[in-house]
Each structure stands twice: as structure tokens, then as C-alpha cells.
Design a protein around this ligand. Structure first.
Ligand SMILES: Cc1ncc(COP(=O)(O)O)c(C=O)c1O
Length: 397
């Protein structure tokens, strides 16, 4: 008999789809991949050079579980300068990707049957992490009228005395929505009033367009005490494969999370940590990061303009991250090649098999009326991929 809890977990649909696309491409089939959750840029050369220096200098041993002090000090500086939050090194934990930070945080807080409030649409891994912890996800179906941002009214309606944690993702994957300071303050105060921890997953914090990103934990000491701020190097520095993320929280929580990590992976990869240290330390002297952000901004504009001009498909106007969440509800229940398309996954399947464009069905994010496309790929692929989506849309009018 295997663990029922683990048998109950769904594998990551986004990673599975990416693997499927790579398999098709390796067979010589030309597929436009709009599923990607990673920048298509190379890791900037100043970061790679830093890592090579790290290896050459023998920086290849275990480090302290919570991370090297040089990196933690740079993270503290970044929190102060970019997020306006005062943390100390003792508030920081460096992990193998933001994913591990999230795992550590959920395991450190949640006990059997505790409730975790997750606004939908949500990033695919939150609910599965909660299952592993033995907790229970309480999903709030938020409204497209509010760009799928959760409100205090909705939170109130889903509150029980078992609720212990809220997971907020800002900017959001898959919608690209960004919370304003006022919205965050209301949510933060609600959490304090109800003694709820908040995981604020800010991994896309640098990718905002035409608006500023506000960190939840900068909105007062009480909110900061209850918040675990999650970020990392994958998206901003195009370092997905290096597996480097970090988080900040009160000292007690960081100690508990470090203890969990000390018995799972121990420290994050020493070379990746050194590279992360250089990424932060030398960013000001290197234009790479600003360049990548401006490229995303341009591709976003191309994608939005294209959809507005050519398609009837509605979408959530994205202010952050690199995704567009497109409403396909009016395509559902239509007949395509004698088959009634009932679910977003069936629509995604037709798009992949017949139009050779890969998108992620909204089902993966808890909303079956949508699909997610990513513009973290080159401009030509974004335009051609959307073109194919629109051809499909027109074929079943
Ligand atoms: C919302 C969100 N949080 C966390 C992560 C994990 O990032 P990392 O590569 O640092 O583990 C991702 C990656 O796709 C994400 O989209």
C-alpha cells in the first residue's frame, strides 16, 4: 500500500505539458509553445561569470542551511531598497527555488486538517503542497470583474475557525493581476484581525507594467510579523534551472523552516548561491535585467494589441508576470469535428493536435473557463501562436 495522501496529488500540469511539447519538437513536429513559465533569455553573462569564479575558488561545499551570509545580506539590502521592508539576515532563508520556500512555509505552519485559503485562479502547486502537509485547501472562486483579485468580503465568507493561512500571489500566475496598496492593506488587516498567516508569493515582483509592485509586508509591523514573503531568482534573473529562491519571515518561523530544510535538501546549491549573490551585487552595473523586463513589456503589448484587434476572446488585462488568462467560455459546448468541446483541457488538446500551439488549460489553475498563454517566448512565436488560436476560434464560430 502506498501513501493515500501522496497518491492523491496531481503532477504539475504545466511541467507535464512543457515535457509533451519538447517531446513533439524532438520528433521534428513544429509546435509553438505558449505554456512556458520561464524566460527564454540566457542567464546574464555577469551571473555566469560569477558562478565560474565561485567554482574556481572552491566554493563547492555545504554551506549553512539558511544560505551564505554574503547572499543573505544582499537579499536584506534588496528588501530594503526595492520592497521598503526592514529585515535582518536572521529573517532570511535561501532555498532550492521559491518552490522549496513555499513548501517549508506550509509545512512549518499547517497541521492535519488546518485550512489554507487559496483564491482561484491559483498557481498549480499550492493546493498539492497543502495536500502533502495534511491541511485542507479552501478555494475562493474570485470574480473576473475584479480581475480575479480576492476581496475581504470573499475572505469573510470562507473563514472558519480552522483557517490558519492565506496564500496570496502578487503579481498573479496565471492572471497577471497586480494588487494595489489599498487592496493589500485591507487584506493584511483582515489577516491580523483573524490571526491568519499570509504567504505572499512575490516571485514576479519585478515584472510589472505601468504600475508599481507593493510588498504586503511593508504595510506595517503587525502585517510583517504574520507574512512570509517569497521571492527568487528564476523569473527576474532568468535562472530557472539554477534552483534558487528565498523568503523572509519572523525569526521563529525562519528557524522552523530552516529546520525542515536541514533534513530535506540542506543548503541550496553553493554555486547557485554564489551566482545569486553576484546577481544582486552587480545588477546595477549590468543592463541585462532591465533589458529583459523591457522585452517582456514589449511582447505583452504585441500580444494584447493582437488579441484586441483580431479576436472576440476576452481576457484579463495583465499588469504583471508574463501570462495572459484568456476567456474561452464561449467556445465551450461548441461542436468541433463532430465532438462537443466540454472542458478547457479538450480545447487545449485540439489546439495542440490540430493547430500545433500549446497553451495551459485553465482547469490546472482552478478555472475551467480560461486558458493561459505565456509571452515569455520570442515575439514571432507569440504572434504566430495567437494567430493559430484565433484561426481555431474562427473555425468554430
Ligand atoms: C507563482 C509562482 N510561485 C513560485 C514559483 C516557483 O519558482 P522557483 O523556480 O523559484 O521554484 C513559480 C514558478 O513557476 C510560480 O509561478
Amino acid at each position: 500500500m502506498y501513501s493515500k495522501k501522496i497518491e492523491n496529488i496531481s503532477p504539475s500540469m504545466t511541467l507535464e505539458l512543457s515535457a509533451k511539447v519538447k517531446e513533439l519538437q524532438s520528433q521534428g513536429i513544429e509546435v509553438i509553445n505558449l505554456t512556458v513559465g520561464e524566460p527564454d533569455f540566457k542567464t546574464p553573462s555577469y551571473i555566469i561569470d560569477g558562478a565560474i569564479r565561485g567554482i574556481s575558488n572552491g566554493f563547492t561545499k555545504y554551506t549553512a542551511t539558511s544560505g551564505i551570509i554574503e547572499l543573505k545580506k544582499e537579499i536584506v539590502k534588496k528588501f530594503k531598497e526595492f520592497n521598503s521592508i526592514d529585515y535582518n539576515s536572521s529573517n532570511i532563508l535561501v532555498s532550492t527555488g521559491a518552490k522549496q520556500c513555499l513548501f517549508n512555509a506550509i509545512l512549518a505552519i499547517i497541521e492535519e486538517n488546518d485550512e489554507v485559503i487559496i483564491p482561484a485562479p491559483y498557481w498549480v502547486s499550492y493546493t498539492e503542497m497543502v495536500k502533502i502537509s495534511g491541511g485542507k485547501s479552501v478555494i475562493i472562486n474570485t470574480s473576473p470583474k475584479n480581475d480575479f483579485k480576492v476581496t475581504v468580503d470573499e475572505l469573510d465568507k470562507h473563514l472558519t475557525d480552522k483557517a490558519k493561512l492565506l496564500i496570496l500571489n502578487n503579481p498573479n500566475n496565471p492572471t497577471g493581476s497586480v494588487y494595489s496598496e489599498e487592496e493589500l492593506l485591507l487584506i493584511g488587516n483582515w489577516a491580523i484581525a483573524n490571526n491568519i498567516f499570509i504567504i505572499s508569493d512575490e516571485i514576479y515582483e519585478r515584472l510589472t507594467y505601468g504600475c508599481n509592485h507593493t510588498s504586503l509586508a511593508c504595510l506595517g509591523d503587525e502585517i510583517k510579523e504574520k507574512t512570509i514573503t517569497i521571492s527568487g531568482f528564476s523569473k527576474t534573473y532568468s535562472m530557472t534551472g539554477w534552483r534558487l529562491g528565498y523568503c523572509a519571515a519572523n525569526e521563529k518561523l525562519i528557524k522552523l523552516m530552516t529546520s525542515i530544510q536541514s533534513h530535506s535538501t540542506a543548503c541550496a546549491n553553493s554555486i547557485a548561491q554564489y551566482a545569486g549573490y553576484i546577481a544582486l551585487l552587480e545588477e546595477k552595473n549590468n543592463p541585462d535585467i532591465e533589458y529583459m523586463i523591457s522585452e517582456f513589456s514589449m511582447r505583452r503589448k504585441i500580444a494584447i494589441d493582437f488579441l484586441l484587434k483580431n479576436s472576440r476572446l476576452d481576457f484579463i488585462y495583465p499588469s504583471g508576470a508574463f501570462y495572459i488568462f484568456i476567456d474561452i467560455s464561449f467556445l465551450k459546448n461548441k461542436i468541433y469535428k463532430d465532438q462537443k468541446l466540454l472542458k478547457s483541457s479538450e480545447i487545449a488538446k485540439v489546439l495542440l493536435n490540430d493547430y500545433k500551439v500549446a497553451v495551459v488549460p485553465g482547469e490546472a489553475f482552478g478555472n475551467d473557463d480560461y486558458i493561459r498563454i505565456s509571452y515569455a517566448t520570442d515575439e514571432k512565436s507569440v504572434s504566430e501562436g495567437l494567430n493559430r488560436l484565433i484561426q481555431f476560434e474562427k473555425s468554430i464560430r
